[in-house]
Design a protein around this ligand. Sequence first.
Ligand SMILES: Cc1cc2nc3c(=O)[nH]c(=O)nc-3n(C[C@H](O)[C@H](O)[C@H](O)COP(=O)(O)OP(=O)(O)OC[C@H]3O[C@@H](n4cnc5c(N)ncnc54)[C@H](O)[C@@H]3O)c2cc1C
Length: 284
Amino acid sequence: MKSAAFDYVKPKALQDALSLLAEAGDGAQLIAGGQTLLATLNLRLSEPSVLIDITDLTELKGITLVGDQLRIGALVTHTEIEDSELIAKHAPLLKAAAPHIAHRAIRNLGTWGGSLAYGDPAAEWPACSLALRATMIIQGPGGARRISANDFFIDLYTTSLEPDEILVATEMPIATSQEVFYFHELARRHGDYAVAGLAAVAQKQGDVLTKCAFTFFSVSSKPVMATKAQDLVNGKKLNDELIGKAVAATREEIEAIADITNSAEAKEHLMGVLLERGLKHMLA
Ligand SMILES: Cc1cc2nc3c(=O)[nH]c(=O)nc-3n(C[C@H](O)[C@H](O)[C@H](O)COP(=O)(O)OP(=O)(O)OC[C@H]3O[C@@H](n4cnc5c(N)ncnc54)[C@H](O)[C@@H]3O)c2cc1C
């Protein structure tokens, strides 16, 4: 199938893109890397009257340090994240996660902001942004607003972005010397979307983890934090007994949703497997 006809514009400045978005109303759609959108256009799941190509907007580009925060522009590609020295040093979880996103050709075009804005519960970046306590920086007709990743992801493919808003960048605290992390996903083949995945971050002193953030993806309608397991583990000496309790609490707390090939029970089982491996990894 081919997409329905649409107009195409490529503004050079963020304000111009916002004006075009406001003028076109419901019929407009932003395009960044196009790695999700082009498929939905060709399948006619989406039929915008005008595509606003945002790839020339310099305000949305680059990975920079802003004080003790790491700023990642919405147009930064998955490959740039994978290859960035700043990311490797200050957000190593992202470097570990990047190779799991599709294949290099897709990572060369797909963007950090496109993935976050799309809000796919099976995608890696939403879960990582939650685990790293990222703040979304959003620009709309009334100015800029900031919202935590925790409040940004609302439901299946649904975020708090309004149709007249553009995700500009995210900021997240840089990793401390005590930070430990674990990223792993269970997928049928490398590059496939995960059956279940875990992005976990904590501070470690001896056998004790604090500031735990354990985020699962591909198990529910949005990335979910295992808050009960986090509370159980936080500040206590981690041992096999506590890991067992955290696994049980996670399976009880998070009600997984089946997909076309995997049952909810299988996903709940895999969440426990991932958490056990993750906690043992972070302890080691
Ligand atoms: C074969 C294949 C396999 C894939 N596998 C994976 C995978 O394993 N894991 C994974 O996470 N992803 C996967 N993807 C998706 C890929 O990572 C996409 O790049 C990503 O989801 C969307 O980024 P994009 O820049 O291409 O966005 P686009 O496709 O251009 O846009 C996606 C949506 O976000 C909106 N949008 C884009 N940028 C902004 C912005 N700055 N502000 C507001 N709205 C915006 C668009 O309007 C659109 O609705 C796969 C894609 C393909 C084709």
